[in-house]
Ligand binder design. Sequence first.
Ligand code: LIP
Length: 274
Amino acid sequence: MSLQQELGALAVDIAHEAGALARRRREEGVSIAASKSALADIVTEADREVENLIRERIAAARPGDGFLGEESAAERGTTGITWVVDPIDGTVNYAYGIPSYAVSIAAVSGEPDPREWQALAGVIHAPALGELFHVVRGEGAWLGGQRLKVNAEVNPAGSLLATGFGYDPATHAAQLEMLGRVMPLARDIRRIGAASLDLAYVAAGRLDGYFERGLHPWDHAAGVLLVEEAGGVAAGVPGSAPTREMTIVGSAELVARLSAIVFAGAAGNKATTP
Ligand code: LIP
C-alpha cells in the first residue's frame, strides 16, 4: 500500500466514526458553543467534540503528523504530512437541522499552506445524506464505488453554479455585486451552505462549477483534490491555487470563463476579503 493509499484509508475510517458522532449529536440536540469571526459564524459543542475525536484518532495512528483544523490550535508535524480538517462543514446547516453538512478530512504533504501543499488523500462524508466521497491522488475521485467526473459539457441554457457568502455582513455587498456579474453565465445558482459539498458535487457532475471568496483551508482541502482527480480544475486568484481570496472549480473552460468575470470586476471594485 502506498503512503497516499494508507492516508486515504485512514481518512475514510476516521470519517465514518466522526460522521456517526456528528449525526448522533445532531439527533440529541445541538448547542451553540460560541460565535467566532462574526455573530453568524457559530461553533457548536459537536464541532469541537468531532474535531477532538478526529485529532485523537490521527495522533494514535500517525504520531508526528501535523494538524490544521477549524476548531483547535494548528500543530506542525515532523513527518511532512499535515491533516487539514473541518469536523462539521456546513455548521449553520447543522445547527438548523438541514442535512447538508459534512466531515471533511484531507492529508497533505509539504507546507500546510494551500498555495504550497500537495494534497495526497481526502474524504468528504455527509452522514445525514448517507454519502462518502473519497480520493487518493492519482487514483481518481469516488462516491462509494462510483467513479466521479466533472461535467465538461457547455450547456446552451448556461451552467449550474454554486456559491456562498461570508459570515461578515460587510462582505455581502461585494459578493452580491460579483454574483450579478456571474449570473449571465448561469442557468441557475445553488447555495448549499457547505463548501466541501459544493466541491464534491462539482466533482460528481451535480454542479457545473462553484466559486466562493473567503474559504478557509479546511473548507476546500479535500474537495479540491476530489475535483482535480475528477478531471476538473481548481483555481484561486489568477496563477494561484485556491486561497481565502477565491476558490473557483469546474471544467478548465468554465474556470477560465468564471475567473475572467470574477477578477475583471475586482480590478475596478475593491471587494473586501472576509
Ligand atoms: C462554511 C462553508 C460555506 C461558507 C460559509 C462557511 P463552516 O464553513 O462551508 O461554504 O459559505 O461561510 O465558511 O463554517 O460551516 O465550516
